[in-house]
Design a protein around this ligand. Structure first.
Ligand code: ZN
Ligand code: ZN
Length: 89
């Protein structure tokens, strides 16, 4: 086993380490949301803020309606459809 085998081995480990770190970073950014009440960064899968207890996820169907033109789900108070842009009544 020569020096270059060792160097190659170390570089491979280093590359894997970097990959893991960056993959985790992206995942962490993707799966976080900011609590509108206290500003805490909360994992997106949590429905309530662990700090102030504010509900972060609005239950589907409660505050949403269906676009009468394209059928996409939009918020109840939306004046225009996000998908097709048509005005709602
Ligand atoms: Zn909060
Ligand atoms: Zn629409």
């Amino acid at each position: 086993m020569g020096v270059w085998t060792l160097v190659g081995f170390i570089l491979t480990i280093f590359g894997l380490l970097l990959y893991v770190i960056f993959a985790r970073k992206e995942e962490a950014q993707e799966l976080k949301r900011i609590c509108p009440q206290c500003g805490l960064s909360v994992p997106a899968r949590r429905n309530f803020c662990p700090s102030c207890g504010k509900q972060l996820v609005v239950a589907q169907g409660l505050r949403s309606k269906t676009c009468m033109f394209c059928g996409r789900k939009i918020t109840q108070d939306a004046t225009f459809c996000d998908a097709c842009g048509k005005a709602q009544e």
